[in-house]
Design a protein. Sequence first.
Length: 139
Amino acid sequence: MQRIMTSTALVFAGALLLAGCAAGGATATPSADPCEAVQSEVRDISNGAQNALAAGGDPAEVQSTLEDYSTRVSELGETTDDAVSTELEALAGALDDAAEFAATLPTDPEAEVDADAVAEHQTAIQDAATSASEACTAE
């Protein structure tokens, strides 16, 4: 019963994230406003990372995906000012933490996954992404 509830929770969380991604627009469009470009990239990375955690699958692939997102955030931080860069470092840290967590996920698709831990990492990523976006608009 616990596996069914965990699976249901993960599917529901994934559906919510995908709905948010569709509503927010997942494709980045070039913009004359650098803040808009940063916010778009941060939103895409945050949604992708949260979806990767929700979808589960091969832990090595989830970990690799999250590490790739962290690299993208670090590269983005090199193009921004100090305040935004600091917040992007926090987002990269949340992604790195989630990647470390992903490495501990079971490889057996029938195994129980700690849905609360998944949700904690998703929330940490979302909060850090929100802070990075807000730092950009505060400039």
